[in-house]
Ligand binder design. Structure first.
Ligand code: ADP
Length: 311
């Protein structure tokens, strides 16, 4: 199975409004509340694609129970560590073509809870083929926490796919044991390298990927939104070209890309097919209203329309 790690999950609440009026009462008719946090989006898309997946991380309080119930309803296997703090809400107000978000920081994970999680994680990786780690760290966890997760998995010869940004990405790359795969988007890569990179200067990106901090990472997937991706696999770089689509909601497309990668890798697919699958998963997500969800029929159709070009 594929083990997905979500250390700061959330209940994603969406409030669609025709008009959002400041300093007045705004009444919402059609509220949706779904399990969120990047790792849970990854989980749902792997499940949609027919992959075998188990979600882990930390859940707390009434909100945590609600999330677990929702995962049960979707028949998604999960094994989270319970914590004292209340799992957070993330609110997206969709109005006049805009998306205004209100994101809670989430609960603090205590030392003892951290230990309990690490023990569970070590048990779960024994059954795992692959691990995906996504999103931000909960408060209370050290900034090198993901590095610890990568190291523990590597000790069991389990490959780890990491999708995070900022300090936790820096720390993961600084570790002596490297993740198997990272998936920065262009902004995240620019932040990491402290250099503004642009879609129309691909050669600069390929050169940047030769830097020593990336050594030992088998796959680097630089996702480029509607422009597809630039992928470094082993020592070669590939441009992945995607067709134009009628986008409905691209939020969570990066998470779906990770799901596509995990799915293809778990099936031992050919690397070029995996490059197509991860793009098709991101695109199929963008065709759905629901964040972190794909229709497998879209996915299979799109795979056929994607072109991989060696650079
Ligand atoms: P992130 O969500 O991490 O910023 P991207 O925006 O790069 O990641 O999206 C990941 C992938 O999802 C892209 O490489 C592409 O395959 C697909 N995707 C995202 N946005 C679009 C779009 N507007 N049109 C077509 N495909 C998209």
């Amino acid at each position: 199975m594929i083990l997905t790690v979500t250390m700061n999950p959330s209940i994603d609440i969406s409030y669609p409004l025709d008009r959002f009026v400041l300093d007045k009462v705004n009444r919402v008719k059609q509220v949706t509340k779904t399990p969120g946090g990047k790792g849970l989006n990854v989980t749902r898309v792997i499940h949609d694609l027919g992959g075998e997946v188990t979600a882990t991380g930390v859940l707390g309080g009434f909100h945590g129970k609600f999330l677990a119930q929702q995962l049960d309803q979707e028949a998604i296997t999960h094994d989270f560590t319970s914590i004292e703090g209340e799992t957070r809400d993330s609110i997206a107000i969709l109005h006049e073509g805009n998306q205004t978000e209100i994101l809670e920081a989430g609960p603090t994970v205590s030392q003892a809870e951290q230990q309990t999680f690490l023990e569970k994680y070590q048990q779960l990786i024994k059954e795992a083929q692959l691990v995906t780690i996504s999103g931000s760290l909960a408060k209370g966890l050290p900034s090198n926490f993901y590095q610890t997760l990568v190291k523990l998995a590597a000790e069991q010869q389990v490959r780890v796919l990491v999708d995070t940004s900022g300090e936790s990405l820096k720390q993961v790359l600084a570790g002596e044991v490297k993740p198997y795969l990272i998936k920065p988007n262009l902004d995240e890569l620019s932040d990491l390298l402290e250099k503004k990179l642009a879609i129309d200067r691909l050669a600069e990106i390929t050169t940047a990927l030769q830097q020593p901090i990336f050594q030992g990472i088998e796959w680097i997937v630089v996702s480029l939104g509607k422009a597809g991706a630039l992928i470094k696999y082993q020592n070669e770089c590939y441009q992945v070209e995607i067709p134009r689509i009628q986008v409905v909601n691209p939020v969570g497309s990066g998470d779906a890309t990770i799901a596509g990668l995990a799915y293809g890798l778990s099936q031992d697919h050919d690397p070029k097919l995996i490059m197509k699958e991860c793009m098709a998963a991101g695109m199929a997500n963008a065709l759905q209203v629901k964040t972190g969800h794909v229709d497998p029929a879209d996915f299979h159709q799109l795979v056929k329309k994607i072109n991989v070009k060696k650079l």
